[in-house]
Ligand binder design. Structure first.
Ligand SMILES: *Cc1c(COP(=O)(O)O)cnc(C)c1O
Length: 354
């Protein structure tokens, strides 16, 4: 039975991506070789790289002056690459959840960090308001979607300084005004590809402004200049990313993905709001479209494990909440069909009626 996959990451991928990846593992682009065994400098693979970067730009309407780079290391390595490349003396960070918190810790290796907004005291129940950003910082860093807590900032904020965003778990879920950002980065394993590749959309004139020497591999300029081919890139995840981007384009692009995402989330949040048993964990105006966190009301709390078992009999997997929140988290990434959300909602109702 095909499962209803609500895992937070790595997570569900489109059948189109999986099928084409399998095919390329068997025979890549008619070469008679597997994509696993071909040179990254072959003309067939360089075509994949070029097309993936071009489609990234097309789908997100990325303006002139930006480059898309693919590197390894995950979003977690970007936590240090960003300050390495941009932080001269001081940076501002929004502390909106676990990942933001980790990004702050890395930036502190490079200079002063001012946390300008935080919801830590409320266990990250809401997205903190971004205001009074000081103008003497090198940049402001935000995490647009808090994968663990289920809160999201679905707008591109206007701030008086350079802006950097971790969009690991909500890239391609809405149109983004890229011109407001200097760097947008993310691990690809939520909305783009299997784990192993990290994307960074970089404004090239933001680079080369810090005095410190930067190790070659951690310098964005290396990857921009070499077209993400300075060393061997993660070939297979980049191939899969291209398939996902082609699938996104065939669906109609990010505006359509946004509508689909909002519809899926509305179905689930409506079910939570009208339930006697389940309750959401975050404030309504901060609710994430991508990761929906909920728990059982105190009087039913001891039934949480039973519901996970019950749901698994319906083919539902990956709804156990992160240990820092408990309860349930349903991740509704782009590749998850509406049908899966309906199956989950049905299971919630059936369980409640039992
Ligand atoms: C998953 C995630 C990360 C961590 O990504 P890695 O690729 O595992 O380093 C960072 N930030 C956010 C918002 C995430 O969802």
């Amino acid at each position: 039975m095909k499962k209803h996959n609500f895992y937070a990451g790595p997570s569900i991928m489109s059948q189109y991506t999986i099928d084409n990846t399998i095919e390329a593992i068997r025979d890549f682009a008619g070469t008679g070789l597997s994509i696993l065994e071909i040179s990254h400098r072959s003309k067939e693979f360089t075509a994949v790289m070029d097309e993936a970067q071009a489609l990234f730009k097309e789908l997100l309407d990325i303006p002139e002056g930006y480059e898309v780079v693919f590197v390894g290391g995950g979003a977690s390595m970007q936590f240090c690459m960003v300050p390495y490349n941009l932080l001269k003396t001081k940076a501002a960070y929004v502390d909106s959840g676990t990942w933001a918190h980790k990004a702050i810790k890395e930036a502190q290796f490079f200079g002063d960090v001012e946390v300008v907004a935080s919801s830590e005291e409320s266990n990250y129940k809401f997205y903190p308001k971004i205001e009074n950003v000081p103008t003497d910082v090198d940049y402001l860093h935000i995490t647009t979607n808090n994968t663990i807590y289920g809160t999201e900032l679905r707008v591109d904020p206007d701030v008086p300084v350079r802006l950097v965003a971790d969009m690991s778990s909500d890239i391609f879920s809405r149109p983004v005004d890229v011109s407001k950002y200097d760097i947008i980065y993310g691990g690809a394993q939520k909305n783009v590809s299997p784990a192993g590749v990290t994307f960074a959309i970089v404004k090239t004139d933001a680079l080369g402004k810090v005095e410190r020497p930067i190790p070659t591999m951690l310098n964005y300029e290396t990857h921009v200049k070499k077209g993400s081919m300075f060393n061997t890139p993660p070939v297979l995840p980049i191939f899969s990313a291209l398939q996902t981007l082609k699938w996104y384009k065939s669906l109609g692009g990010v505006k359509v993905l946004q509508q689909m995402g909002e519809e899926k989330a509305a179905v689930l949040y409506d079910a939570i709001d009208s339930s006697k048993m389940f309750v959401g964990t975050v404030s309504e105006e901060s609710r994430s479209i991508m990761n929906v966190c909920f728990v059982m009301k105190p009087e039913y709390k001891e039934l949480e494990k039973d519901f996970i078992d019950f749901a698994s009999t319906k083919g539902i997997v990956g709804i156990k909440g992160h240990r820092s929140v408990g309860g349930f988290r349903a991740s509704l990434y782009n590749a998850l069909p509406l049908e899966s959300v309906k199956v989950l909602v049905e299971a919630m109702k059936e369980f409640e009626n039992k």
